[in-house]
Design a protein around this ligand. Structure first.
Ligand code: GDP
Length: 520
């Protein structure tokens, strides 16, 4: 029997330090509270929750992979897909976002919109992912809520539709007004590490004396918002025109249950997906999935390659033999795992929206489709315009073989894009990335994992445009532009800056010089 419980597959995204890890832990903890019917004792050290997850996994069927945290909430299966936590913006984030149906954007109440918040909102818009915005850290002094709404509207061009509205200003937070029911959700500050959500619901006429003044302010602002067309509209939310907003304190556990309830109520579940040839796979059709992340070297004694795939349709059963769309070859899913740290558990079955980790997945690349039954091939995960370029050379020429192998592996994982040209030769490929931190990852992994330290040197380019074979001919020998070929076959013309790219476009009107999707 396949598991028919509805799914919610989402990612939490934010600028670093907005509270993503804190919220993730709070969500996991909350799910555990639900699953164990409240049999949870407060923990002084929040860090303990991470290791508790393993025990949880065994006891309660909550499974955590390094790619996704899965738990049951109100008879729904919730998949929280992990996004890279480092401060640099990388392609990994884009790829993970191809595996989710919605996103939760955390904004620090004291800082408002930050550079990565803006970039991430843009990616969600590009991919058509509905976004729920959570204004976090409301227990501390912060910006005015109306000011924050203006920022969202002006800088992101999304209409904010608050579902809750703060009662008491940031730092003197009394709770929220639930704008759809008119209730007061009172917040009670608890000692650090409490696991229970400090929330109490009451009707407007039950608001206590001490809160009546701030409650009246909140009601006024709530009415203002309604007059300004800022009430939730489900259709406009799903169409990516609005973002529902709520106010929370992840650290104090306030708003965590509200957020889970909203995800179940408003966020979309898995839906029909279209292949490159236009054919449509409904969720209940035969099994299909696509790979959005590939990881290797997780276990140094046994170098393995794990491909994370999102189930798009049908039921995955461990052991099933599927077809690998890009090669047409069979792929045996003998080993499918959920893993966290060193702990691994077998996944026996998975449904649309779930994430599976396929072991021994040497043949699978990011963007690949696997399926059963009728052929389906999902569109590739788009690669975004790289803005940083370096040439790579083996530091020790005697280790060239390892160098080649390592670069190939990192290319397949999508850590960087690898570009080549006859002119530069195979010994010194150009590595291209959206964010510069990717190069540190490459250096580190080449040295420690592939035993081939490398030398990187920066190239002056900052802009890439796509061209074609005719463009390669036409641009050959032109000043200020170099054309290289990416492993997927695409030709990229590199320029120092966008002005030079524009000049080349003007001077060569017949040459294809297409802009790539912007990363930032
Ligand atoms: P991440 O980088 O987005 O994963 O952020 P973290 O979860 O590591 O949080 C960054 C810092 O903000 C930590 O010191 C947290 O304790 C703190 N923090 C997170 N959420 C809240 C909150 O709701 N209120 C307050 N006061 N601090 C918070």
């Amino acid at each position: 029997m396949s598991d028919k419980r509805p799914r919610r597959t989402f990612a939490v995204i934010s600028h670093p330090d907005a509270g993503k890890s804190t919220l993730t832990e709070a969500l996991a903890l909350h799910a555990r509270v639900i699953n164990q019917a409240g049999a949870v004792h407060g923990k002084g050290d929040r860090r303990a929750t991470v290791s508790d997850w393993m025990a949880m996994e065994k006891a309660r069927g909550i499974s955590i992979t390094s790619a996704a945290l899965q738990f049951v909430y109100r008879d729904h299966v919730v998949n929280l897909v992990d996004t890279p936590g480092h401060s640099d913006f990388s392609e990994d984030t884009y790829r993970v976002l191809s595996a989710v149906d919605s996103a939760v954007m955390l904004v620090d109440a004291g800082k408002g919109l930050e550079p990565q918040t803006l970039k991430l909102f843009r990616v969600c818009a590009l991919r058509g992912i509905p976004v729920i915005t959570v204004i976090n850290k409301w227990d501390r002094p912060g910006l005015s809520p109306l000011g924050l709404m203006d920022e969202i509207e002006q800088q992101i061009k999304l209409r904010p539709t608050p579902l809750t509205w703060p009662v008491g200003e940031a730092g003197d937070f009394r709770g929220v007004l639930d704008r759809r029911t008119g209730e007061f959700v009172k917040y009670t500050r608890t000692a650090g590490g409490a696991t229970r959500a400090p929330e109490r619901r009451m009707a407007a006429d039950e608001v206590e004396e001490a809160d009546t003044a701030v409650w009246a302010d909140a009601v006024d602002e709530h009415e203002l918002l309604s007059l300004d067309d800022k009430d939730h509209d489900q259709e406009r939310f799903l169409a990516g025109e609005t973002t529902p907003v709520m106010f929370a304190s992840a650290l104090q556990n306030f708003g965590v249950a509200q957020l889970l309830d909203l995800l179940l109520e408003l966020a979309p579940g898995p839906s029909a997906t279209t292949g490159v040839d236009g054919s449509v796979r409904e969720v209940e059709d035969a099994f299909s999935a696509f790979v959005f992340k590939v990881q290797s070297g997780m276990n140094s004694s046994h170098r393995d390659r794990l491909a994370y795939a999102r189930v798009v349709s049908g039921t995955f059963e461990r052991g099933m033999i599927v077809t690998h769309a890009s090669t047409g070859r069979p792929f045996a899913t003998k080993f499918a795992q959920a893993m966290f740290g060193r702990e691994t558990t077998s996944v026996e079955q998975a449904s649309p929206g779930d994430i599976i980790g396929l072991v021994n997945a040497q043949a699978l690349r990011v963007g690949d489709t696997i399926y059963e039954g009728e052929r389906i091939d999902y569109p590739p995960v788009p690669s975004f315009a790289p803005e940083h370029f370096m040439t790579a050379n083996a530091a020790d020429i005697g280790r060239y073989k390892q160098f080649r192998k390592g670069i190939e592996q990192l290319d397949q994982e999508g850590v960087v894009q690898v570009l080549r040209s006859d002119l530069r030769g195979d010994q010194s490929p150009v590595l291209a990335a959206v964010g510069p931190l990717q190069f540190e990852v490459v250096e580190e992994r080449m040295k420690n994992e592939f035993n081939s330290p490398i030398r990187l040197s920066r190239l002056e380019y900052g802009v890439a445009r796509r061209t074609d074979a005719a463009g390669v001919q036409a641009l050959a020998g032109k000043r200020g532009v170099e054309v290289l070929q990416r492993t997927d076959g695409a030709y990229l013309a590199l320029f120092i800056d966008k002005w030079r790219a524009q000049t080349t476009v003007r001077e060569n009107p017949d040459v294809l010089l297409e802009e790539l999707p912007a990363g930032g």
